[in-house]
Structure formats: C-alpha cells, structure tokens
Ligand binder design. Structure first.
Ligand code: NDP
Length: 333
C-alpha cells in the first residue's frame, strides 16, 4: 500500500473560491491490477476553466463532484507497472491532477516524450494552452497577412503564446495585462504595444492610442470591458476569437453583455467562440511549428510555480487576481 493525498471539492463556491471549498484527504493505493500502472505525479496544472467545473451546471466539461477528488492535467512518472506498454520511470501525461499519485489503466495515459523541453511545458506552452492559442489565432480568427492583433490576458499561458505566434508571423500585436512586471515581460518578447489595464482608467482610449487604425483580430481571454473596447476599435471585417471570459467566471449574477454589440453588424465582424478540444487534430502541426519557433528564438515562456499539493488551492485562486506570469503550475514531485 502507498499513501497519497488528493484534493476534493468540499463545497461549491459563490463568487471567488476560498480554502473552505477544498479539502485534503489521504488515500491508500493498492498494487495496480493487470493492465494498470501506479504513477507518482510530478506536476499538475490549474486552469481558469476549472472554476466552471466547481459549479453544478452542465457544460462542455463535467462538474466536479462534491466529496470527490478534483481532476485536471498532470505529468507523472510510472512507479509500478503491470502493463508492457509503460515501463517504470517513464513519464506520462494524464487527467489525474489534484493528487500526488494514482493507479490507472495504462491505456488511459499518454506516454510523454518531452523532446528536449521540460516535461511541465506540456501543461502550458507545448500543451493545451499553447494549442488553444495556435488554433484560436490561426483557425478561428483566420489570421491573415497585415492583420493588427489585440490580445487580452496577454501575459497568461494562452495569451503570451497568441502574442508570440502573431509576432512570429510578422504582425503588429497589442497586448493587455495587469501590472508593470507583465508589461515589461511582454515588451521584452516583442509585443508592440502593451496596455496595463489595471493602471488605465479608459481602456477604449488606451486601445485607440495603441491601434489608431483599428484592429483586425481580437483574441478574447477576458470578456467584459476588454470585449467592448475591442468592438469599438474593430475594423471592417474584423474577426474575434472568443476563447475565455475570465472577468465573469466568479460573477454571482449574470453580467450584462457588451453595450456596443450592435457594432458586429455595421462592421461585419465575425465573432466565434471555440473549445480547444475540437482542434486537437492540429497538435502535430502545432508541435512542428513550435519546435521551429523555439529554435529560432521566437517563442519562449514563463512559469509561476507553487510548491506541493497543499499550495494547489492558492495557485488556482491566484489565477483570478493575476498572480501568475505565464503558466500557473503546481510542482508535486
Ligand atoms: P492565464 O494564464 O491567462 O491566467 C489567468 C489570467 O487572467 C490572470 O493571470 C490575470 O492576468 C487574468 N485575469 C484574471 N481575472 C481577470 C479579470 N477580472 N479581468 C481581466 N483579466 C483577468 O489563464 P489561461 O491562459 O490558462 O487562460 C486564459 C483564458 O483562456 C481563460 O479565460 C480561459 O478560460 C481560456 N481558455 C479557453 C480555452 C478554450 O478551449 N476555449 C482553453 C484554455 C483556456 P492579469 O494580471 O493580466 O489580469
């Protein structure tokens, strides 16, 4: 028997989650059965979409169950194997996050070949968030030559990749993020204009100043005032990839939509929401492009790392006050 700890959903939050919504529990792992392996987790991810899973509502991802372990992306190492396809010591990617270890059928796990990258990059820039940026920008927003691109949540896991992919393809990029450290980093990776929205009283004026001729593409991670400003600055035939609206994830009542939505009509704007799982077929092409951009020095990333499973709730809650520069991760190993 091996004892591991896991974090369970204790209660459903109203507004911003608190520690009271989580509880730590210990579980005993028996020896894995035939076709199963035992895995020690090294890294887990916390992502904004998990906030939606704390509510008891039907969505594209099922709600977390009260009293049960939460789950999400994780990278681990096989410690015991009862399956010839996975050897002890091999790295695996799984959906068994929010716990220190687990038993699972080998077939439910993805063997991870880090290809020279740190393994945790596959929870961020080289994983789901990176693919979200790639698919959202290139396919949903259908980026084309000469487009001026505006990105909100620009210093986060997805946003920073959107900025750099657009720069790698030669575009003018405007990013919005909160705080001087994020602004400095975005400038250092080549973003042309950075708006510190927390230090700006008039987002519309700041965006107009950054893009006097208007924007062709808006990659929305935030919603709310950012979406309104993007509509105001949109050029004729602009395309909006609606990826996330983190500004309303903790709202306790429905928020009004953008007051200027009618601009969609006169400006012939195409606004399209998307979920990355419908674009997983783009992963090989994304990885090929990513390898090239990394080798050319055009794409890099930052991580904000919290240590140990006890810190996972803080890491998650911190997403909503912008405590992360780049990808928010929890190191478990
Ligand atoms: P991030 O790494 O960007 O972390 C969240 C960031 O959001 C924070 O660092 C903070 O940055 C910003 N933020 C938090 N609250 C607010 C607010 N009220 N107003 C403005 N900004 C805020 O997260 P991800 O990159 O993982 O995700 C970014 C977005 O993409 C999220 O909305 C997420 O739900 C969405 N997403 C969608 C996917 C899809 O398939 N459609 C897949 C993956 C992510 P700051 O300090 O700048 O405020």
């Amino acid at each position: 028997m091996t004892t591991v700890r896991e974090i369970r959903l204790k209660s459903r939050p109203s507004g911003l989650p608190t520690h009271a919504n989580f509880e730590m529990a210990s579980v005993e792992l028996a020896a894995p059965g035939p076709g199963e392996v035992q895995v020690k987790n090294l890294w887990m991810t916390v992502d904004p979409y998990m906030r939606g899973r704390m509510n008891d509502v039907k969505s594209y991802a099922p709600p977390f169950q009260l009293g049960k372990a939460m789950d999400g992306g994780a990278i681990g190492q096989v410690t015991v194997s009862n399956d010839p396809n996975l050897k002890v010591g091999e790295l695996v990617q799984s959906g068994y996050g929010w716990r220190e270890g687990f038993n699972a059928p080998a077939a439910a796990l993805q063997k991870l070949d880090p290809r020279g990258l740190p393994p945790q990059a596959f929870l961020g820039a080289a994983g789901m968030p990176g693919l979200t940026a790639y698919a959202g920008l290139l396919k949903v927003a259908a980026l084309k030559d000469g487009d001026v691109v505006f990105v909100s949540g620009a210093a986060g896991a997805v946003g920073a990749m959107v900025c750099q992919i657009a720069k790698a393809k030669g575009h003018v990029v405007i990013g919005s993020a909160g705080g001087a450290e994020k602004v400095a980093w975005l400038k250092s990776i080549g973003v042309d204009h950075v708006i510190d929205y927390k230090a700006t009283s008039d987002l519309n004026a700041a965006l107009t100043e950054a893009a006097p001729g208007g924007i062709d593409v808006y990659f929305d991670n935030v919603g709310g005032a950012h979406l309104e400003a993007a509509l105001n600055s949109a050029k004729l035939f602009a395309r909006f990839a609606i990826c996330g609206m983190i500004s309303i994830y903790n709202a306790t009542k429905p928020e009004p939509g953008p007051s200027n939505l009618a601009q969609l009509i006169g400006k012939n704007i195409r606004m399209e929401g998307f979920i990355v799982s419908h674009h997983f077929s783009m992963m090989p092409q994304f990885h090929a492009d990513l390898a090239k951009w990394v080798a050319e020095g055009k794409v890099s990333w930052k991580e904000t790392v919290f240590d140990g499973l006890d810190a996972a709730p803080d890491a998650f809650i911190g997403l909503f006050s912008g405590e992360n520069l780049g990808k928010m991760l929890v190191k478990l190993g």
